[in-house]
Design a protein around this ligand. Structure first.
Ligand code: HEC
Ligand code: HEC
Length: 213
């Protein structure tokens, strides 16, 4: 998925605070749902979302999709011979776990972005720095993976395992990026140390009393 966007050279906007180009995820319901158990079992969107008025294929971009939990008996119990409260509890259990991991990923991405802000004024076109361009790429990926899951409105229910995989990858990209930031900071102190040394040398020359003969 990311590879596709990458090959395409696709970028939606440039992050103001870090200079990284980032992607925006749009309508990922279908992509995520298709990785879940219901899609694998041939259950369609309409089976859960519009069981009362079967209107052929539901438009994926329909923003007025109702929560099936408003009518569990019609949305779920047609297939699941499980009491309504148990079904709700299963959905909530999936969604709770999803939110825990989602919050961890959110913190990881936000922390990483705030780390990268330090380097926002570096124009890679003028001063190329492979580490920094890689670090910005990690931001793009971490953010995209997170947004992709976040933009999906079922709070993990459509495909819990796939959502967790993507959030895990997002955390991994942020972590790898942070490692690079640590290295970039190392580069900075090294070069400013080098500058300091030069200054010290210059000072030495200036303050040195004329050599006695
Ligand atoms: C097995 C049943 C099921 C199937 C199939 C299913 N969904 Fe869902 N969907 C849910 C549940 C459960 C929620 C979470 C509702 C909640 O949290 O109140 C949800 C939430 C949503 C939401 C957010 C709705 C809201 O009120 O916030 C959208 C949009 C959505 N689904 C779209 C789709 C699309 C598009 C498909 C097919 C590609 C699909 N769903 C397939 C069960 C299903
Ligand atoms: C058209 C039939 C159908 C409908 C409607 C349906 N399901 Fe399912 N559901 C299935 C099938 C088939 C499976 C897979 C069972 C299996 O392979 O063990 C499944 C699996 C599940 C699982 C287990 C998921 C897992 O990963 O183990 C849960 C939870 C679930 N459904 C909840 C719901 C809820 C909540 C609704 C209503 C919003 C719903 N289902 C609507 C057919 C349906």
């Amino acid at each position: 998925m990311l590879d596709y966007y990458k090959e395409d050279g696709h970028k939606d906007w440039v992050h103001k605070e870090t200079g990284a180009s980032v992607l925006k995820a749009q309508h990922p319901e279908f992509e995520l749902y298709s990785q879940g158990i219901h899609a694998k079992s041939g259950v369609a969107c309409v089976d859960c979302h519009m069981p009362y008025q079967r209107v052929g294929a539901m438009k994926i971009t329909n923003h007025h999709v109702q929560s099936p939990l408003l009518n569990v008996s019609k949305s779920c119990q047609t297939c699941h011979n499980i009491p309504e409260n148990d079904l709700r509890a299963r959905v909530e259990g999936i969604q709770d776990k999803h939110m825990q991991l989602r919050n961890v990923a959110f913190d990881a991405v936000v922390d990483y972005i705030s780390d990268l802000k330090e380097f926002k004024d570096v124009d890679l076109a003028k001063t190329p720095n492979p580490k920094l361009s890689e670090a910005r790429e990690y931001q793009k990926q971490a953010q995209f993976l997170f947004d992709f899951v976040e933009a999906e409105n079922s709070t993990g229910f459509h495909a819990p395992q796939e959502a967790a995989r993507l959030l895990g990858l997002s955390i991994d990209k942020a972590r790898k990026g942070q490692k690079l930031v640590a290295e970039l900071r190392g580069q900075q102190t090294q070069s400013s140390d080098a500058k300091k040394e030069i200054k010290v040398e210059e000072n030495k020359v200036e303050t040195k009393p004329p050599a006695k003969k």
